[in-house]
Design a protein around this ligand. Structure first.
Ligand code: KG4
Ligand code: ZN
Length: 361
């Protein structure tokens, strides 16, 4: 069957088409129209601006997806859309488009949870992930450890008590004058420090919040504030105003120290949870899964500490928001449904609602 999926929860307008046949999945189209440059001017995503761009882009993206897949509406068997969580004005564009298409084309429709999509990006090139699975979800809005005993079964065993790790990346990048989105830039600057380490700022140390707490929760707000104080102190010591650029060597040091602190806590808790819940696989998911240091350090930690546990990360193309991940989750949802439940999906053009705080269930 051919599944067409739509994702507009934040600042990417994305449509994908996948084909599933005999338990094999082929990705026929993965179109993403990114608004990153537009929002960079404002230092972050502006919800109404995102909605306006989605409205402008969504039908051209649909046309491109169908052309890339070499399909017409008649070959589409199922439509799905990110229902939440996300920015309401942005979600509404995708949801309304999906409902309109489902009604006009008379196709079944499914609403999908954005984080379920991120998790299922791990199945893009590996359909043999062994359960139980521990998913470390790291994005701009979420930082969670999720235990899955089987497909589509989620138990949140730990989560951030304040900022999401991606959000902390973005805020630290802003205080260093590095622009938006911050994750990839901090990743790069931290890499530059590792390649060329300097002892010049050895006194700069950032905390590893909650690293020894007995639960599986996280906190990144204190880490962000500690980075802010380190920057303030540096400016005062060197008589720099808030408008003056910081030296590259100092920026690289803060980026590396922040990234080391964040990855250390994420990895320590993930390994601890994987051990306690006796999982067979650890998977990484969400936009921050594109982070080179986190990918390689977590893989190393799993291999060293849990030799019988597999580690999977999504291919880079499917780490940031995209619709292929939504289509992959849809395929597993559809497979688990009875004929009656599938039949009822033909009515979903009336029922699916955007929900900015949708819970994973
Ligand atoms: O999943 P995503 O695309 O959107 C949400 O669902 O939130 O994640 C976006 C987040 C942003 O905070 C961005 O800075 C972060 O992912 N990010 C990264 C990297 N690439 C994107 N963080 C660290 N390292 C990266 N390479
Ligand atoms: Zn996302």
């Amino acid at each position: 069957m051919n599944i067409l999926s739509i994702e507009t929860s934040c600042d990417e307008t994305a449509i994908a088409i996948i084909n599933t046949k005999n338990n094999k999945t082929e990705i026929l189209a993965n179109i993403v129209s990114s608004q990153v440059e537009l929002h960079a001017e404002w230092g972050g995503v502006v919800p109404n601006l995102a909605a306006r761009e989605h409205t402008k882009n969504i039908l051209p993206v649909l046309k491109e997806a169908l052309e890339t897949a070499k399909l017409t509406k008649d070959n589409i068997d199922l439509i799905s859309v990110t229902q939440g969580p996300g920015l309401i004005p942005a979600l509404l564009v995708g949801v309304t488009t999906a409902k309109s298409l489902a009604y006009a084309w008379q196709k079944p429709l499914l609403g999908i949870h954005h984080i379920e999509g991120h998790i299922y990006a791990n199945w893009a090139e590996n359909d043999d992930v062994q359960f139980p699975v521990l998913a470390l979800v790291v994005s701009g809005g979420h930082t969670q450890l999720i235990l899955m005993k089987d497909h589509l079964q989620y138990k949140i065993v730990g989560e951030t008590q304040d900022d999401a790790v991606g959000e902390a990346y973005d805020k630290v990048a802003r205080m260093l004058g590095l622009g938006y989105p911050g994750g990839p830039i901090i990743d790069k600057k931290a890499g530059e420090f590792e390649e060329n380490p300097s002892s010049e700022f050895d006194d700069v140390e950032l905390p590893r919040p909650m690293i020894n707490s007995k639960d599986y929760n996280f906190s990144f707000s204190g880490l962000k504030t500690a980075a802010l104080y380190a920057v303030k102190k540096f400016r005062e010591k060197n008589n720099l105003s808030n408008e003056d650029n910081l030296p590259k060597t100092f920026i690289n040091k803060i980026a590396n120290e922040f990234q080391s602190a964040a990855t250390e806590v994420l990895i320590k808790k993930a390994i601890k949870a994987a051990r306690e819940f006796k999982v067979k696989s650890v998977v990484l998911a969400g936009g921050v899964s594109a982070n080179k240091a986190l990918r390689s350090r977590l893989e190393k930690a799993v291999n060293e500490n849990l030799p019988n546990v597999d580690f999977t990360v999504p291919p880079f193309t499917y780490c940031l928001d995209n619709a292929t991940m939504i289509a992959l989750a849809t395929a597993y949802r559809w497979e688990k449904m009875s004929e009656n439940e599938r039949e009822r999906c033909l009515d979903n053009y009336k029922k699916v609602q955007a929900n900015s705080s949708l819970k994973l269930s």
